[in-house]
Write a protein that binds this ligand. Sequence first.
Ligand code: SF4
Length: 317
Amino acid sequence: MFGLKKDWSLDVLPRYFTLEDYDGGEARWCPGCGDHAVLSTVQRICRDEQLLPENTVCVSGIGCSSRFPHYMSTYGFHGLHGRAFPVACGVKSRRPDLDVWVATGDGDCCSIGAGHWLHAIRYNMDMVVMLFDNNIYGLTKAQTSPTSSQGQNTNTHPEGSWLPPLNPTESTLGFTNVSFVAQTVDWNPIHLHATLVAAHEHRGMSFVRIMQRCPQYTPHIFDEAQADPTKILLLHHDNGIPVDDTLDRLYPNKMEHDPLNHTEALDISVKEGVIPIGLFYQNRDRPCYEDYSSRGHDVTVQQKLDGLEAEFDRFAI
Ligand code: SF4
């Protein structure tokens, strides 16, 4: 007799995912690299939200942080240098139901990928963008990146970087149709987690700049901010990143900032002498391009053929 046995079913059983279910294998970043903290935070969010691994996609370009998709047991695409954004937007365009996370670095995003960066922000497709900013090209062993500080010694500028650094937070705030910009640090797991949770909840492109330690090539750039909590400016507001008692006690230097206030966000982004962390800007009313690009997904092949035939008929002699 053919067919299913009476007590068999093709229904998918409810599944519960543990952290191990999102673990794609041993991360081969240097010991102490800030990328480890971001990876474990994203895995934790996936577990807490019970994101289906088969409906989750991590996309990256090239660089140390761009190895991120290899360490997630989800779908992933390790793309070309600077091309994380077009790949991620392509995925979202055809499959708006997927959860998309983009891992990019200061070199990948702000240099070779800069053209894609500004247009992706304008497209405002629903995904989380994590900019790992360590002020250096790490994978290729210490060349000046767009965010290297003036005077920073690198392989390409052994006597010190000449130009003032590009500020990715300020730049992103200036792009058309920007909808979510936040900044955090890899060494504070509470703030890092709360920021990425807020980014994931936001519908639209959530741009999160993460100050990322690179003990290999820029080992001391965040020493001061780590040793002296007054060097961090904690942004808080009812509409911002939640601030719990621990953060409140740790960071005495605070500022109330409404993320609806774009002008103030720009002012904060260029503050010197402190690292502002929190939600700079959020606008939930920005249009998302996938609402347009996914139109017609439910059109059948026959309907497409009929449409083509109708077009050809217009030119029939
Ligand atoms: Fe991390 Fe720097 Fe090592 Fe790259 S070189 S893995 S950024 S510590």
